[in-house]
Design a protein around this ligand. Structure first.
Ligand code: ADP
Length: 829
């Protein structure tokens, strides 16, 4: 029992009991036995949904009770806020919880006062690079989903970060939570930790394969789930779960009057359907809503209609509409292209059993706690370019999806079902997934991009000052624990050192290593050194080719004054609304000092309204926004858009048409790979250009075949990289480049004439344009404008209008009694 654990602070056991935890689950008890509440390091390799989080909480709470500080590392940003809200229940016992997301270039000093901090591994890495002092005082670190060290993209960051934290803090307790993997013992050896390796689950899980008219489970049992001719097995399985355990009297009637009134939880079961692409997730939800619709009570229908309205409110895109339409009938989809608000609305409604079926891509399996009566793994293969076709998913991944089946306290057991079209596939699926053990976790640190980034950071933040010291540090990684190829790590490391030296990020002197000033900046900005090298090349190109390019663009000279003047009208959003957003400095100031200091919260002191707006002659802006977008889009830190059929021609034409704007020499068409990448970057850059050209989000999603969440992703990345470009330009003493303006335009998604208005909190790109068209062009205009004009431009939304006027500092922002339509009296609504 929790109250029998002496190291737990007062009140924790009671609090747990209130939350439904009377007894520790066996793996939790084993963790306590192994000393997790006494500061011992531990690797817990336990099935999905078997209470790993509580193991971490026991460790963190007891560590904090001894006067320490705990850090919980999550693999995804979306999980950071979820975990923080989960831990906030400890605040009433006096534990402060903080979450660190946001920019990668601050030291997060305010977090020093927290007892428990939640952050992604990238964020922690960046905090270490920026020398956050409080990191040195940590006593307990939790790594959630530690099996992801196997991930080629992000794994190395987690691996190296854990290594640095342990170096900084030799007595540090490390608690690593993992899905069940084959070699948890190797992870434990790497971390000098105790091991709890359990198969135990709080609720039975039956796994099986559907073929023909029945599911065969691993325990030999069968369940009839007939598929009507022409019907689909997924629909049949979802319907069967909702119909409950054979109690036909509950069959629902949908025409209103005698809709079922029973508590649906008694017998109805929700389903989670895993598919392999976003498009498939949406298509699947559209089909399955016809099934879920027949199982709704009248009450649920009403609640779902409200939820659908809330979804439409988030954004008016096609995805949003489709999602709302599906949700109104009890089905939903979930994938990484959804807006975060959409994602959490869907997750919550599914947990509340309002939404009956979610069709999801595997991102949902990777952490978010959404248990379901039945899990259907519809697609067990996914397209893989490197593999050259449809590649079977890893066992680990399929097991994690399956592990989402079964809601403790609600279901007698969970069921996870794979689908087979023929007997042969059925047998294959049993072999491959039902009986199989997950693969072992393997470090990906030796991959070059990862090593390039981490070697620079390790040297820049002083973890290694010599080649030998560096190798010694790397020797304590999981990679070193696992590899039997001696010499390989050393050879790759030497290649990487040579690269960093060649690009001016490192100095190598007789075996001693130090970062150059630019190298330090690159590390703190959290850039892949190759990204930094590309940006520096592009900026130097712009500097050297300015005069010629400006002539080609149709201007007289290479003067950048027009940019400076235009940007002088720019406003700092932070100055008026108090958000700690990036600050602002006039481009004209940059022009005079040739310096681009770090943005500071609070912004500049001048009132931009008083700035003389003197648009100068029509010298074209150089580099153009497109040129800068292309530059940041061709770096390895930007996830580029693929070229689809027809794109190659289209973007080749565009490339030649706008060649003078691009900051670098276009590769020859014979350099196949490089040329293709150049065009993909151009495609990404035109998406950004559309965004700052105020093209509708819907139009953009159509034009580029992406989801609204992808636009957001590109925009955020571009903002970060343009900010980095600005810092690098300052560092290198190049002549002024209008990077800041491009960055602001990306941030707001507007043309330059809206930069000021769109910076007002609550306004955004669409409303800013409507206000502008109504003659309100500046903050000052907004403060003085006729309220009915404002209200009309905001389509009669009184609350919104009042909020906006308040944000811009208007004395009396109330919209009560203001008329919306011209000619109507003041009391009309
Ligand atoms: P994991 O992190 O292993 O995927 P979670 O920690 O999210 O799983 O736990 C799944 C659910 O089980 C949570 O809702 C949690 O509150 C509940 N839970 C955890 N431990 C216990 C316990 N000892 N008794 C009852 N419920 C528990």
């Amino acid at each position: 029992h929790p109250e029998e654990v002496p190291e737990l602070p007062e009140g924790v056991a009671e609090r747990l009991r209130e939350g439904g935890v009377d007894d520790l689950y066996p793996p939790q008890a084993a963790a306590v036995e192994a000393g997790v509440t006494r500061g011992e390091s531990l690797v817990a390799s336990v099935p999905t949904a078997s209470g790993k989080t509580l193991i971490a909480e026991l460790a963190m709470l007891s560590s904090v009770a001894r006067g320490g500080t705990a850090l919980y590392i999550v693999p995804l940003r979306a999980l950071a806020s979820e975990k923080k809200s989960e831990f906030e229940r400890w605040e009433e016992l006096g534990f402060d919880v903080g979450v660190s997301t946001g920019n990668y270039d601050a030291d997060g000093e305010w977090l020093a006062a927290r007892d428990i901090v939640v952050a992604t591994s990238e964020k922690v890495d960046s905090l270490v690079r920026n020398g956050a002092a409080w990191i040195d005082d940590l006593t307990c670190v939790v790594a959630d989903e530690v099996h992801l060290v196997d991930d080629a993209g992000r794994g190395p960051t987690l691996e190296v970060t854990l290594g640095k934290l342990r170096t900084l803090n030799p007595g540090l307790q490390v608690v690593a939570l993992s899905a069940t993997v084959d070699n948890a013992d190797v992870i434990a050896e790497w971390l000098d930790a105790e091991l709890v390796d359990a198969e135990w689950r709080p609720i039975d899980l039956k796994t099986g394969v559907h073929y023909g008219n029945a599911v065969t489970f691993d325990d030999g049992s069968q369940r009839e789930v007939p598929v009507s001719s022409g019907g689909r097995p997924t629909a049949a399985l979802v319907d069967d779960a909702l119909a409950g355990d054979g109690d036909a009297s509950e069959s629902a009637d949908t025409d209103g009057s005698d809709a079922p009134t029973h508590d649906p939880a008694d017998d109805q079961g929700s389903s989670l359907v895993f598919v392999n692409s976003r498009r498939n997730a949406e298509a699947s939800a559209k089909r399955l809503r016809e099934v879920t619709d027949t199982h709704l009570t009248r009450d649920e229908r009403g609640q779902l209609a409200d939820l659908a309205a809330a979804i439409r409110d988030v954004s008016d895109t096609e995805t949003s509409d489709t999602l709302a339409d599906c949700v109104a009938e009890g089905a939903a989809f979930h994938h990484a292209g959804l807006a975060p608000e959409h994602r959490s609305l869907v997750e919550e409604a599914f947990r509340d059993r309002l939404v009956k079926c979610v069709s999801a891509t595997p991102t949902l399996a990777a952490g978010v706690n959404t248990p379901s009566r039945r899990v259907i793994v519809r697609d067990w293969r996914r397209y893989d370019g490197e593999y050259g076709g449809m590649k079977p998913l890893d066992v680990l991944e399929v097991h994690q999806m399956m592990g989402r089946a079964g809601r403790p306290g609600l279901d007698p057991y969970g069921e996870a079902v794979l689908l087979a079209k023929n007997a042969e596939t059925r047998d294959e699926l049993f072999e491959r997934y039902v009986w199989a053990d997950p693969e072992p976790v393997r470090s990906k640190l030796a991959a070059e991009p990862a090593l390039r980034t981490h070697v620079l950071a390790t040297v820049a933040s002083g973890f290694a000052r010599t080649r030998e010291g560096l190798l010694e540090f790397l020797d304590r990684t999981l990679y070193a624990t696992q590899t039997d190829e001696s010499g390989r790590l050393e050879a790759v490391t030497d290649d990487v050192l040579a690269y960093l030296d060649r690009n001016g990020f490192l100095d190598r002197d007789d075996g001693s290593l130090s970062a150059t000033s630019v190298g330090h900046t690159v590390s703190r900005l959290y850039l892949d050194p190759m990204t930094a090298a590309e940006i520096i090349d592009g900026l130097e190109w712009a500097d050297a080719n300015r005069a010629e390019a400006v002539r080609a663009l149709g201007g007289g000279n290479g003067d950048a004054s027009s940019d400076a003047d235009r940007a002088a009208a720019e406003t700092d959003p932070a100055a008026t609304n108090g958000t700690p957003a990036a600050g602002f400095q006039r481009a004209s100031e940059l022009a005079s000092t040739g310096d681009a200091p770090a943005p500071t919260p609070g912004g500049d002191a001048d009132d931009p309204d008083d700035a003389p707006a003197t648009p100068s002659a029509d010298a074209p802006t150089y580099p153009t926004a497109l040129g800068l977008f292309h530059l940041v889009s061709r770096t390895p830190d930007m996830y580029q858009l693929y070229l689809k059929s027809g794109d190659r021609e289209r973007f080749t034409d565009l490339c030649y048409e706008r060649e003078s704007e691009l900051l670098g020499r276009t590769p020859s068409e014979y350099e196949d790979v490089r040329f293709e990448e150049w065009l993909s970057a151009l495609k990404t850059a035109t998406l950004l250009e559309d965004w700052v050209g105020e093209v509708d989000e819907d139009r953009i999603t159509e034009r580029y075949g992406v989801g609204p969440g992808d636009i957001r992703g590109k925009v955020d990345t571009a903002e970060w990289l343009l900010g980095a470009a600005e810092r690098l330009a300052g560092e290198l003493d190049l002549s002024p480049i209008p990077v800041r303006e491009a960055k602001k335009r990306v941030e707001y998604g507007v043309r330059d004439d809206l930069l000021e208005l769109a910076g007002v909190r609550g306004v955004g790109r669409k409303r800013a344009r409507r206000l502008f068209e109504a003659g309100i062009e500046t903050r000052a205009d907004l403060r003085d404008a006729d309220k009915s004009v404002v209200l009309r431009a905001l389509r009669g939304r009184r609350k919104t209008a009042a909020k906006i006027l308040e944000n811009v500092g208007r004395q009396d922002p109330s919209m009560e009694g203001v008329a919306t339509a011209s000619g109507a009296g003041p009391n009309s609504t």
